[in-house]
Design a protein around this ligand. Structure first.
Ligand code: FAD
Length: 551
């Protein structure tokens, strides 16, 4: 009997389609493993029967559980019938068995070549996407216009990113274990008391992190091209290629040599000013402008920031965000951002610097940088065989302005969907494959974005509300919940009693904030600066608009 089932399964296992994913019957596919990365059916619920053909044999008898996975038709009819008959005849099998099942796919098989995917942008989103694609057997091309790009960024990453993305510790400049939240009236609250000794926020320099991720993608055989993506031609049918136009800098040419490349799918990981997004008419998003100065401070002052970061809130540093001082290897990054009053960003930056002035006195500004931060996802993130990830898609959280982890994660998730949909690069993909990434993304992270959106609306709206926010941060329970959620990117289940206490405290703080606001309310008028000021982005002097166009 075991042999009968085993041989029926042997046939079934070679080519079995998942009913929930299947496209055309003739598209049933074989198991495919490339460099250790095998991607099974995305419909994980389709696992009622477990076994690998040829492995079923001698363990104790167990009743066969409901077997409802295989389709009773198409090219599998023979295997299905044989299996059904064998099961009916015996009613039991000698071992619980595993049936490895792969989805049948819509895309047609690719003859004599692998699926070709271009990743535009070599930041965390692009690097992680390219690595996953290459590991999954896809012919991968990653474009990065500037290999030593130092993306303007605070560089704070959650602890879980180091483990999940297997980052070496030597690319972490600092391990921050203390955070000072500083209120509009300069009340300072120490956050981080609840961290255990192995927990910290990682501080990285983006030029270091990004180039590490790109090199790692290359080590898995991704083709990394030093080139500026210009535009692409969208194919007219489901199997024709996208034609990408780019300026190739790999020969050292400053202007670049115009070239084209044909690919089957494109991942837009080219940041907030994404050209890929424009090409697929993805729509716009609101954005904040963030401004940052890297300041080298005397060694004795640097000691204070050894493992400490500061966050300043107040109308002076930003009407809707926060100012920060983050420690880096040999300097601190001082910055702020705003959506509602972008022309006043320089004024907010001066205020942030002033608030920290005693601690950074004697410092030398070594770099000034500015960049947009998306406020919410774009209206369209997938179109046909093109998907947007990271900042190009709009995945920065409100309130904290965090985007590195979400960029890396979305790049990886999108690439996984392509690897899975193409059966390790052996078949063409279509929009439904790429949409799987969106579904998974939204399901996993929508609550995080929503909660932080609400927090920002409630607590960053006025100075009294900010005072209340800082006051709340003194609570150990609040610290534990927020730190755990940040460090591990999970919604931490709370303690019901503490939750009630927190709710009461929150309401109390907000009532006090409202009362204070009513008393102290005076309209703050922001007068846009009329003086065109210059921004040094490291290599030339530009007006803010020119700089923004550039970045
Ligand atoms: C001042 C500031 C501070 C921030 N601080 C933090 C922080 O502390 N922690 C945090 O988590 N997030 C922070 N963020 C947000 C974070 O920087 C972004 O969310 C993150 O960089 C997004 O990664 P990405 O890979 O999607 O895009 P990017 O990092 O923008 O990478 C895009 C890449 O694509 C390349 N590129 C762009 N166009 C083209 C083209 N046409 N052809 C070829 N290559 C191209 C660029 O050179 C770049 O390397 C901050 C942002 C700013 C502006």
């Amino acid at each position: 009997m075991a042999a009968a089932i085993s041989s029926a399964l042997a046939g079934a296992t070679r080519s079995v389609a998942c009913p929930s994913c299947v496209g055309r019957a003739s598209d049933a596919v074989q198991r495919s493993e490339v460099r250790g990365a095998a991607y099974a059916c995305s419909s994980r619920s389709f696992g009622a029967v477990r076994s690998v053909a040829g492995e079923s044999s001698n363990a104790g008898s167990k009743p066969l559980k409901t077997f409802n996975g295989l389709r009773a038709g198409g090219v599998f009819k023979k295997e299905y019938d044989a299996l059904t008959e064998a099961v009916r005849a015996e009613g039991t099998v000698e071992e619980e068995f595993t049936l490895t099942i792969y989805a049948g796919r819509n895309g047609k098989p690719l003859e004599g070549r692998k699926l070709r995917v271009a990743v535009v942008g070599g930041g965390p989103a692009g690097g992680c996407a390219a690595e996953t694609l290459a590991q999954g057997g896809i012919e991968t091309f990653m474009f990065e216009r500037k290999m030593d790009n130092a993306k303007p960024c605070g560089g704070a990453i959650p602890l879980c990113m180091i483990g999940e993305f297997n980052l070496p510790l030597d690319i972490i400049d600092r391990k921050v274990t203390k955070m000072k939240m500083i209120s509009p009236s300069n009340v300072s609250v120490d956050v981080g008391k609840t961290l255990n000794e192995n927990e910290y926020i990682g501080m990285v320099r983006r030029e270091v992190l990004d180039s590490y991720l790109r090199d790692r993608a290359k080590s898995y055989s991704a083709n990394v091209i030093n080139g500026l993506f210009m535009k692409m031609d969208i194919p007219k049918d489901e199997n024709s290629p996208y034609v990408l136009y780019y300026n190739d800098y790999s020969s050292g040419s400053k202007v670049g040599v115009p070239r084209t490349l044909e690919v089957d799918a494109v991942i837009g990981a080219d940041g907030a000013n994404s050209r890929v997004a424009k090409d697929i008419d993805a729509g716009e998003y609101d954005y904040a402008i963030a401004f940052q100065e890297r300041i080298r401070i005397p060694a004795e002052k640097m000691e204070y920031y050894e493992n400490l970061a500061e966050m300043y809130v107040g109308d002076d540093v930003s009407p809707d965000f926060y100012g920060w001082v983050f420690p880096k290897c040999d300097h601190v990054a001082v910055g702020t951002g705003t959506v509602v009053n972008k022309p006043a960003i320089k004024k907010y930056q001066t205020a942030t610097r002033n608030r920290a002035k005693d601690k950074i006195a004697g410092g030398e500004i070594i770099r000034v940088e500015a960049h947009p931060i998306p406020e919410h996802p774009r209206p369209r993130r997938v179109s046909s065989r093109v998907a947007l990830v990271g900042d190009a898609a709009g995945y920065v959280t409100k309130c904290s302005g965090e985007g590195i982890y979400f960029a890396a994660k979305s790049g990886r998730m999108c690439a996984e969907a392509i690897v899975e949909g193409s059966m390790n690069g052996t078949r063409m993909v279509d929009e439904s494959d790429l949409r799987k990434y969106l579904e998974k993304w939204d399901k996993t992270y929508w609550p995080t974005y929503k909660v932080l959106d609400i927090l920002q609306k409630v607590f960053y709206r006025s100075n009294p509300a900010r005072e209340a926010f800082v006051e709340m941060c003194a609570d150990d329970y609040v610290q534990k919940m927020t730190f755990d959620s940040y460090l591990y990117k999970t919604v931490v289940p709370g303690n019901p009693l503490d939750d009630i206490k927190l709710a009461v405290n929150t309401i109390g703080s907000l009532i006090r904030a409202s009362a204070l606001r009513r008393e102290s309310q005076k309209e703050i008028q922001f007068v846009p600066s009329t003086r065109p000021w210059k921004l040094d982005v490291g290599f030339k002097n530009l007006s803010l608009q020119e700089a923004l166009d550039l970045v």
